[in-house]
Design a protein around this ligand. Structure first.
Ligand SMILES: [Zn+2]
Ligand SMILES: [Zn+2]
Length: 452
């Protein structure tokens, strides 16, 4: 019997109406725990009031005991009133009863909501979710309580707290509660006395393409190899391996406009530090973490970035993106076609005719054929050693000087162009050096185009 169980609880503990209802939460739907608790106490009061009026001595005695229990221990007003009306005495406990399970937290929900309102004041968002981490003291006490009374239909402190708070905030914030991927997640860490709120703002992803118009800067921020960013003699206490990067140059505007705490730069592949990225640029996605502003003026951001990075870096085609697209551009980078311009220096000299002969030979050997590339020496410290097969689509050559040539090379993404030219001591085969039968060196390299 539910009634017996409630009376049994009242005999040993005071728990508030919210928590009482919560202990039977899986029973009866379309109501709140508060109503559930209240209805239970009221029904028990009514039942015992009726028994009291029954006229049977034994039943009446039992009814009085129960009504007193509700009046004194549960501090239930209707039971008190019945006893008052019947002129029956009961122990009038102090009204400041403290709930054994929630320490009256559920009567002080405003403290928790007002904190949320205060925190969210300067934050732009459309959807939110409340989460909580109740202290182990709360959880352990509740677990013991439930097993003591074999309460199998209870709702946890945590889920009651989250829902009640969310419900209270809904009309005040006038935003949508969202469970899967809210703009704002507020996590309350709480014990019986104190609480702390952790605010997690959903990242914003912005897609764009960039040109790197200068040589000598990496795509992303590189921490100093020696000190890993803390600053040391070898990096002149900057913490950086390279003074700047594409990421470093474009980040400040994004951070400022979104009021994000930090960002992550995801590139669709990357060019070497000494390689320029020209043409219609390389796709990238900026992940802005914990942004307080979500509605960004992307046109303004683009203009500001480009204005402050003239002749260094340029970005365009900015649009909102998502996490899925980050994975997509990363995987697709391997399958894209890339067109490079390489300036190549030779150790021997050729006249125009000899050079043209070599170009025909190159075309025959490479075009639409697979190239075998073992991981180059220069990257072997960070890439696993294996042989990659890459397709070369097209090669065009032009003689600038007898020992200086310009090549336009169209290849599959991920081809190591410098090694394609110098052969990397036999690790890339065939190679331009192999065909020219003389050592060749790539002096300058530009990515002209990346196409999907
Ligand atoms: Zn309670
Ligand atoms: Zn350093």
């Amino acid at each position: 019997m539910i009634f017996d169980k409630v009376l049994e609880i009242c005999q040993k503990y005071y728990i508030c109406v919210h928590c009482l209802g919560r202990m039977f939460s899986l029973l009866g739907t379309n109501t709140t725990n508060y109503e559930r608790g209240n209805s239970l106490l009221l029904s028990i009061t009514m039942e015992n009031h009726r028994n009291y009026l029954s006229g049977n001595d034994v039943i009446q005695k039992k009814a009085i005991t129960n009504l007193k229990l509700l009046a004194s221990n549960a501090y239930f007003k209707p039971a008190q009133k019945v006893l008052d009306n019947e002129g029956l005495e009961y122990v009038k406990n102090n009204s400041n009863q403290i709930c054994y399970l929630c320490n009256n937290i559920f009567f002080k929900i405003e403290n928790y909501t007002s904190k949320a309102i205060q925190i969210l004041e300067k934050i732009e968002f459309d959807s939110f979710l409340i989460g909580s981490r109740p202290d182990s003291q709360i959880i352990n006490r509740e677990d013991k309580f439930k097993s003591e009374f074999t309460l199998l239909e209870a709702e946890s402190f945590k889920s009651h707290f989250n829902r009640v708070l969310g419900k209270q905030l809904l009309p005040v914030l006038n935003k949508i509660p969202e469970f899967s991927n809210p703009d704002v997640l507020m996590i309350y860490s709480l014990d019986y006395e104190r609480f702390m709120v952790e605010l997690i703002l959903k990242s914003i992803f912005v897609y764009g393409r960039y040109n790197k118009l200068i040589r000598g800067i990496p795509q992303t921020h590189w921490f100093c190899r020696k000190c890993k960013g803390t600053g040391c003699e070898s990096c002149n206490y900057t913490g950086k391996q390279y003074l700047t990067s594409v990421e470093d140059l474009i980040s400040p505007v994004f951070i400022k406009e979104s009021k994000a705490t930090d960002l992550k730069f995801h590139g669709a592949g990357r060019e070497d530090i000494d390689v320029r990225m020209l043409g219609s640029g390389r796709p990238f996605i900026i992940e802005l973490r914990n942004p307080k502003i979500r509605n960004l003026n992307l046109v303004k951001i683009q203009r500001k970035v480009n204005k402050s990075n003239k002749k260094k870096v340029r970005i365009y085609n900015l649009k909102y993106s998502n996490k899925k697209e980050v994975i997509k551009i990363k995987t697709e980078a391997k399958n894209t076609k890339k067109i490079y311009k390489a300036i190549i220096k030779s150790e021997s000299k050729l006249n125009k005719e000899e050079f043209n002969q070599k170009v025909i030979l190159l075309k025959n050997i490479f075009e639409n054929k697979k190239l075998h590339q073992r991981t180059p020496y220069r990257v072997s410290h960070r890439r696993s050693d294996k042989v990659r097969e890459k397709l070369i689509y097209k090669i065009e050559g032009k003689l600038i000087k007898p020992n200086l040539y310009e090549f336009i090379i169209e290849t599959q993404g991920g081809t190591y162009i410098k090694e394609l030219i110098n052969g990397d001591e036999g690790r890339t085969t065939p190679s331009f050096s192999e065909i020219f039968k003389t050592p060749l060196e790539c002096k300058e390299l530009d990515v002209l185009e990346i196409s999907v």
